[in-house]
Ligand binder design. Structure first.
Ligand code: ADP
Length: 282
């Protein structure tokens, strides 16, 4: 009798351990099945308790740094209502179809990007969709996109801790998450909510990036804590997670984003975070 096939992987060996087609997340919830022509070794979710704190900037920075280390990297822009990844990399094209699935766009250095902006007619028109439709679009980015072979897929998660990020957590087998916060989120309970959401799903939290942490005065080089003394260390201690990095407000970052030249970013604020991801998830 032929051996029973375990999944949709074309060359299924029957051993599910470490295979991206093993469609169960860490809570044992059955997730969506990855596009059958693709193989993704590690999926890292980048989350924030609310929008506008730099989640896309951190997602893209990690992707660029891992790509520079020689890994095959993709970015799944799951921030459907506020997609900003294509613009950061100067991608204005529409996605094409192939017999293996929807083809992601490629950045200048070969990072694969999929975003709702590559699929809609006018990227400037707002996406006014209800939660389940947004969740469905993100699932399709997992099931219908031909990612090929990737070492790391970075997911720029929908902001907040509502039903849309929850759907994504339940649909895609995420190996670990990075929480991004502003100094003010650390004072409020927003970071803890993001942490608790990941904990409820049994997804390991790699650590926290505090964005817009400080400012270096361009005249006197003095470090200015615009939002007061950082609470990042204290919160990380409380939650027993690592402080992955602190990014200052840096006009170079926003300038490169606006110009679509983010791959030219030479800031080293997140080098240690990218190294940790590469060391933790082989
Ligand atoms: P989110 O994904 O959380 O909505 P983004 O990463 O899109 O946030 O950032 C929001 C805006 O803030 C963007 O215009 C981005 O260029 C800018 N920005 C983010 N982080 C920084 C930073 N450290 N310094 C300067 N500008 C930043």
């Amino acid at each position: 009798m032929p051996e029973e096939r375990k999944c949709s992987e074309t060359n299924c060996s029957g051993n599910c351990e470490g295979c991206s087609h093993n469609s169960q997340n860490q809570s044992g919830i059955q997730t969506e099945t990855l596009n059958k022509f693709s193989k993704i070794r590690n999926v890292i979710g980048v989350v924030s308790g609310k929008g506008g704190v730099g989640k896309s900037t951190v997602s893209s920075s990690l992707a660029v740094l891992l790509n520079r280390k020689g890994y095959k990297v993709g970015i799944l822009d799951a921030d459907i209502t506020g997609p900003s990844v294509p613009k950061m990399f100067g991608i204005n094209t529409r996605a094409n179809n192939s017999d293996k699935g929807i083809l992601p766009a490629l950045t200048a250095n070969g990072i694969k990007v999929m975003s709702i902006n590559l699929l809609i007619e006018d990227p400037e028109s707002p996406v006014i969709w209800r939660g389940p439709v947004i969740g469905g679009a993100v699932k399709q980015f997992w099931t219908d996109v031909y990612w090929g072979e990737l070492d790391y897929l970075i997911i720029d998660m929908p902001p907040g801790t509502g039903d849309v990020p929850l759907t994504v957590f339940q649909s895609i087998p995420i190996n670990g998450i990075v929480i991004v916060s502003s100094p003010q989120d650390l004072v409020s309970l927003i970071v803890k909510k993001a942490y608790n959401m990941a904990a409820m799903m049994n997804i390991p939290v790699l650590g926290l990036v505090e964005n817009m942490s400080y400012l270096i005065c361009p005249d006197c080089n003095r470090k200015i804590n615009i939002f007061g003394e950082s609470k990042a260390e204290e919160i990380c201690n409380q939650l027993q997670i690592m402080l992955l990095g602190k990014m200052p407000i840096d006009s170079k970052i926003s300038q490169l984003c606006d110009e679509g030249e983010f791959e030219r970013n030479t800031a080293d604020y997140l080098v240690a975070a990218a190294d940790l991801i590469a060391d933790t998830f082989k």
